[in-house]
Ligand binder design. Structure first.
Ligand SMILES: Cc1cc2nc3c(=O)[nH]c(=O)nc-3n(C[C@H](O)[C@H](O)[C@H](O)COP(=O)(O)OP(=O)(O)OC[C@H]3O[C@@H](n4cnc5c(N)ncnc54)[C@H](O)[C@@H]3O)c2cc1C
Length: 494
């Protein structure tokens, strides 16, 4: 007799119910587990799906993954690219190199989404967490002050789970978003794209391509990017009704649009598909006890490798806030700041990737010539390529545009090379003049780590997600903790 697979019993209540164990839900579960927040993670699927939708992990994401113990193993599992390139056949128009970026990870990490999810899952299990697979969310009803969710299990039985907060990490077609009545305005683009992950015969320029490269010529756009396991990904606009690209299609695209030198040969098509881009941002990332994160909250063109990265950082923004609220350190209103901080990030991302996709898919020859001349001129303008690299690396993301708050501005990222993080602790960074020995903290103060940073000229209080909470605060940890509520982003960013 074959033994049935063991299914963990689904708890009937929890502080947080996470729906969806893609990269966003897994990152949230790992973070909550590390913070000691009781939660349940469900997913309707049977396990991590094969293949690589997201292939690029950006530096800002790696900085957060370092905090939750996933950065180092993921870096070991992936390969590093030095930045993005824009080419017209063999001519470099612009190179956004990551080498100069101020981060412990000055590179794009090429790792399949499957690998990223596996590393997150390994960490979750190390921390004693689990995913309740084959559990589908059917609906939610108010259960003041939280919600009650109905969940269909693998045995076909429908159970109720009550939770103080429910986070929808359930992707583009989010059932949570629909059940919470949150609108998802935007549009689907007409343009169809063809995608193929292929193995190329060695010895040509295409096969030697080491950095994600957009080829922009009158023949049309082609993205050629190495993947972690010796494969290359190609993405190109496709005619309406096109089938998934074959090896011959890929060779033709490379010969018409890619490097001019050497005819590329495809020895294996590992995956091929077509897709249409949707550009949408949920009207709100919060409706009472329901929150949205990842693709459930925003979706856009995958060009530039940003979607999964944004979802993981949504989770980084949300996790410590849920912990603060559930542990009684902060009022429920702190969760409003999740929407106020992350919604503009998603809107900007959709607009940036849309503008890029429009420029990249131009086909009118004079417009292509003007675009390429503009890009080449931009590459020669000091600061432009560094600005582009920082944007794609997501290192430019910050949560305030209030110059009245003085520099360094609360809400700006604190580089981990300046103030080394300590997991998901708050960090109090003291300048040389403050004290010579970091004080020993009593157990109740442990969520605050004290660092002694000689390069500083003022104290910095850094949030668990790596953003500045306040500067010039007292050097006494007990006092800082007692006044922590005063340093929380409780007001919408102006
Ligand atoms: C071709 C392509 C290339 C891409 N390349 C990149 C890239 O290089 N870099 C990048 O950052 N991003 C990239 N992306 C985007 C990236 O894949 C997504 O942004 C990412 O998967 C979003 O993760 P998520 O966890 O929010 O959602 P998903 O990965 O969609 O996960 C949602 C989970 O929710 C579960 N679920 C859904 N409904 C229910 C329900 N009712 N009950 C229970 N569980 C449910 C699903 O089973 C699934 O596991 C790419 C996307 C595509 C299509």
């Amino acid at each position: 007799m074959t033994a049935l697979p063991h299914v963990e019993p689904l708890p009937s209540q929890s502080s947080v119910l996470i729906v969806g164990a893609g990269p966003t839900g897994l990152a949230l579960a790992v973070s909550l587990r590390q913070l000691g927040v009781d939660h349940v993670l469900i997913d309707r699927g049977t396990g991590i799906g094969p293949g690589s939708r997201a292939a690029a992990v950006q530096p800002r994401t790696l900085e957060y993954l370092d905090r939750i113990g996933v950065g180092a193993p993921l870096v070991r599992a992936g390969t590093k690219a030095r930045g993005f390139r824009l080419h017209d056949r063999d001519r470099t128009l612009l190179r956004a190199g990551y080498e100069q970026l101020d981060t412990p990870h000055p590179y794009i990490l090429l790792a399949s989404q499957q690998t990223t999810e596996e590393q997150l899952l390994t960490r979750l299990e190390e921390l004693g967490g689990t995913v309740h697979r084959r559990h589908r969310l059917l609906g939610i009803t108010p259960d003041h002050p939280g919600v009650s969710a109905t969940v269909a299990g693998p045995d076909g039985v429908v159970r109720a789970v009550s939770a103080r907060y429910l986070v929808g990490c359930d992707g583009l077609h989010s059932a949570v978003r629909t059940a919470a009545g949150i609108a998802f305005p935007g549009a689907a683009r007409e343009q169809l794209f063809a995608l193929a992950d292929v193995r190329l015969k060695a010895g040509t320029r295409a096969a030697a391509c080491e950095d994600p490269t957009f080829f922009l010529s009158e023949a049309g756009m082609l993205l050629l990017s190495p993947l972690a396991d010796g494969l290359h990904r190609l993405v190109a606009p496709a005619a309406p009704g096109s089938a998934a690209p074959s090896a011959a299609d890929v060779e033709r695209l490379l010969s018409e649009r890619g490097p001019a030198q050497g005819a590329a040969r495809v020895t294996e098509v590992a995956a091929a598909s077509t897709y249409r881009v949707q550009e949408r941002v949920a009207e709100s990332f919060r409706a009472g006890p329901v929150l949205l994160a990842g693709d459930a909250a925003h979706t856009h063109s995958p060009a530039g490798g940003q979607g999964m990265n944004t979802g993981i950082q949504d989770s980084g923004n949300l996790a410590w806030k849920l912990h603060a609220v559930l542990s009684g350190t902060a009022p429920d209103a702190l969760l409003d700041s999740y929407h106020h901080e992350r919604h503009p990030v998603a809107r900007e991302l959709v607009s940036f990737t849309a503008r890029f996709a429009e420029a990249a898919t131009l086909t009118d020859p004079p417009a292509c010539t003007r675009r390429n001349a503009l890009l080449a001129a931009a590459a020669d303008t000091p600061g432009i390529t560094d600005w582009i690299a920082a944007k794609l690396a997501q290192l430019d993301i910050g949560y305030t545009d209030r110059p009245d708050l003085g520099a360094p501005r609360p809400g700006t990222r604190v580089c981990p090379t300046l103030v080394p993080p300590d997991g998901l602790h708050w960090t109090l960074a003291l300048p040389a003049t403050a004290t010579t020995d970091p004080p020993r903290l009593p157990p109740e103060h442990r969520p605050l780590t004290v660092r002694h940073i000689p390069a500083l000229d003022t104290t910095l209080l850094v949030r668990p997600d790596g953003y500045l909470a306040a500067h010039g605060v007292p050097a006494a940890p007990g006092e800082v903790l007692a006044r922590l509520a005063g340093h929380l982003p409780l007001e919408p960013a102006a």
